[in-house]
Design a protein around this ligand. Structure first.
Ligand SMILES: Cc1cn([C@H]2C[C@H](O)[C@@H](COP(=O)(O)OP(=O)(O)OP(=O)(O)O)O2)c(=O)[nH]c1=O
Length: 192
């Protein structure tokens, strides 16, 4: 049984999808966005989240993650409000961008980190379409103000890379890193 250091229902759903045995605890951390070094920033945030929970549960394996959307060297996290969501979507529509998720396993004081990159291409969206999408409320709490697994799917022309990475947790990389770290993701998993 490991701990997911996250409040994200999406990350929980992804781990349930693969039969992982875990509980989740919300870490109270201040995330940093760094447009110059977005890969370093998502790894740093993932590690911050995992280490925060490790302070209280030092005997457990802990997984943290952080997702950012990067366009033309600018890094976007979750929108603060509907106006920011509309602005971010007006930049993303009709273009391709990168989705970066940093992951960090912490176990016995050791940290194992990685970051995964996917490329997403948005169809053109009119201002009315953007406003209607934002009015659904879906963009809130999502990096880049959209959910590929939700209504935004009708505007996604192309995805190159890991789907689960865009949703918030690159499952292949998480499992690979767990094996490297000797962490069992399922109860009774003898392979780790
Ligand atoms: C791009 C994209 C992001 N997201 C979500 C995944 C993450 O929950 C969120 C990115 O914000 P994060 O700050 O990475 O995560 P979080 O605040 O939701 O949860 P926690 O920090 O407690 O782990 O955006 C989608 O659900 N679908 C998408 O298509």
């Amino acid at each position: 049984m490991f701990i997911l250091a996250s409040a994200s229902p999406r990350r929980r759903a992804l781990l349930r999808q693969i039969g992982a045995a875990f509980v989740s605890i919300t870490p109270a951390v201040d995330e940093v966005r760094d447009s110059e070094h977005p890969r370093d920033a998502v790894i740093r945030n993932a590690l911050l989240k995992a280490r925060k929970v490790a302070e209280e549960y030092p005997d457990h394996a802990i997984l943290g993650a952080d997702t950012a959307v990067v366009l033309h060297g600018q890094s976007f996290g979750k929108p603060r409000d509907a106006a920011e969501a509309r602005h971010v979507l007006s930049l993303l529509e009709g273009r391709q961008h990168t989705v970066l998720t940093g992951i960090a396993w912490v176990k016995d004081g050791h940290a194992y980190t990685d970051a995964v990159e996917s490329i997403v291409r948005f169809a053109p969206m009119t201002a009315a379409e953007i406003a209607a999408y934002v009015a659904t409320g879906e963009p809130m709490g999502k990096a880049g103000a959209y959910a590929i697994q939700g209504r935004a799917a009708i505007y996604i022309e192309e995805l190159c890379g890991s789907f689960s990475n865009v949703v918030g947790l690159p499952l292949h990389a998480v499992a690979t890193l767990a094996r490297t770290a000797g962490i069992a993701m399922e109860d009774g998993d003898e392979s780790a």
